[in-house]
Write a protein that binds this ligand. Structure first.
Ligand SMILES: O=C(O)C1=C[C@@H](OP(=O)(O)O)[C@@H](O)[C@H](O)C1
Ligand SMILES: C=C(OP(=O)(O)O)C(=O)O
Length: 436
């Protein structure tokens, strides 16, 4: 009988002693999917070296191909081939967004530059992720979008081949990706774009800074003249050869593993400078009690004797700008000396799953205790027992279960394959880290 991909749970391996490992990670999702979009809109063929090959990047590649962009695999690296991207006239297409925020937010704006109808749909949960701002923004720019009045997928963007641009105000409090999406395509708008955020909060600011940096690297005049305002001048997007950095957000569970199990974990290929939010991991893990060093391109966390001997530091951490790191940090709260509150993360309720509810429910299944409110999660320290850990199709919830399993025998992640969203090699790399 054919089994559903996650009908067999993954027994999270327990660390039997201090770790001593060097981990090499595949490419950044955020950089890969930005560079794919920019390469598709560029003024000639370009190359992505060492890109991510995962479900989110494959969805982006498939969608761009469907729209008329040439994406060809060339050469081969440790995590898969490079990608040569050849822009072409954009036309009617049907886009499967899966559960990828970058696909469901970035490509509708690209579709506005196409000639023809572009249909968007995705996984069942993707239909629940916030997307009204994408649709409203396009309509405000004069683009026809049919969504049956739902403000979510499925919807159809009727591109006419041109967008006038100009001035636009949006509420991006549910996701920074609404801002990034508009900025990425804005050089191709006749008047460029002056974009203003009107909502109360603006999550994940480093991801918007990353967008600006990737545009500028391609010769686009893009800036943020004041907080919550961005300006992109119209003009060509230069075709480039770009090297994609390792995914520093996916470094989180590996580096955190040294804290839980004790010993040392090194992530190799750590960039000297980066726009990735994972650059904040050294400070975050130091705040919790780790000793972190960066030596050349190697970032090492020394977790000493591990949490069985020395608990981590509880308290409150604001992670509004780094929500995608919060599942890992929240899981570490179990091993703290006082309750750990992660604040400013209401927007992660609209991520791959409602991450606050998922963590609260999963921790309860292991005998732990956590509470969530609109903007935060508070994790109580305490001993856990083995039990099921539901991934909710969320790569970062799945890896949080793996992290706890290092110290808690019998944690069973129902769907470790959810990690394929951004790091399909996760189970293998995790085992290899444990083997040293
Ligand atoms: O632009 C991007 O690449 C991302 C922006 C952030 O989204 P939100 O602002 O919705 O948190 C982040 O959490 C997501 O993983 C990737
Ligand atoms: C929120 C995330 O993903 P997405 O790009 O689908 O929004 C994430 O990777 O943590």
């Amino acid at each position: 009988m054919t089994q559903a991909p996650h009908s067999r749970a993954w027994a999270a391996p327990v660390a039997t002693g201090p770790l001593d490992a060097t981990v090499h990670l595949p490419g950044s999702k955020s950089l890969t999917n930005r560079e794919l979009v920019l390469a598709a809109l560029a003024d000639g063929p370009g190359l992505l070296r060492a890109p991510l090959h995962s479900r989110d990047s494959a969805l982006m590649v498939d969608a761009l191909r469907a729209l008329g962009v040439g994406v060809e695999e060339v050469g081969s690296g440790p995590f898969g081939p490079d990608l040569r991207v050849t822009p072409g006239p954009l036309g009617a297409a049907s886009v499967d967004c899966g559960l990828a925020g970058t696909v469901m937010r970035f490509l509708p704006v690209v579709a506005a530059l196409a000639t023809g109808a572009v249909d968007f749909d995705g996984d069942p949960h993707a239909r629940k992720r916030p997307n009204a701002t994408t649709i409203e923004a396009l309509r405000a720019l004069g683009v026809r979008v049919e969504d049956g009045g739902t403000g979510t997928m499925p919807f159809t963007v009727h591109g006419t081949g041109a967008v006038r641009g100009g001035e636009l105000a949006i509420d991006a409090s549910a996701s920074s990706q609404f801002v990034s999406a508009l900025l990425l395509a804005a050089p191709r708008f006749a008047q460029g774009l002056t974009l203003r955020h009107t909502g109360e909060r603006l999550p994940s600011l480093p991801h918007i800074d990353m967008t600006i940096a990737t545009l500028r690297a391609r010769g686009v005049d893009a800036s943020s003249p004041e907080q919550g305002v961005w300006r992109v001048e119209p003009g060509p997007i230069a075709a480039l050869e770009v090297a994609i950095e390792p995914d520093l957000s996916n470094a989180a569970p590996f580096l955190a593993a040294a804290l839980v199990a004790g010993g040392r974990v090194t992530v190799a290929g750590w960039p000297a400078s980066t726009t990735q939010v994972g650059a904040e991991l050294p400070a975050l893990l130091t705040r919790l009690g780790a000793s972190v060093s960066i030596d050349g391109d190697r970032c090492t966390v020394d977790g000493g004797a591990g949490v069985a001997v020395a608990p981590l530091a509880g308290g409150t951490i604001d992670m509004a700008h780094a929500g995608e790191l919060s599942p890992t940090i929240a899981a570490l709260g179990v091993f703290a000396d006082a309750p750990l509150t992660i604040d400013g993360i209401g927007h992660i309720r609209g991520h791959e799953t409602d991450r606050i509810d998922a963590l609260v429910d999963d921790l309860a299944l292991l005998g732990g205790s956590a509470t969530g409110d609109a903007e935060s999660i508070t994790v109580q320290p305490g001993a856990l027992h083995g039990g099921p850990w539901a991934a909710y199709a969320d790569h970062r919830i799945a890896t949080a279960g793996a992290l706890l399993g290092l110290a808690v025998p019998g944690v069973e992640v129902d769907d470790i394959a959810a990690t394929a969203k951004t790091i399909p090699e996760f189970p293998e790399l995790w085992q290899r880290m444990l083997a040293g």
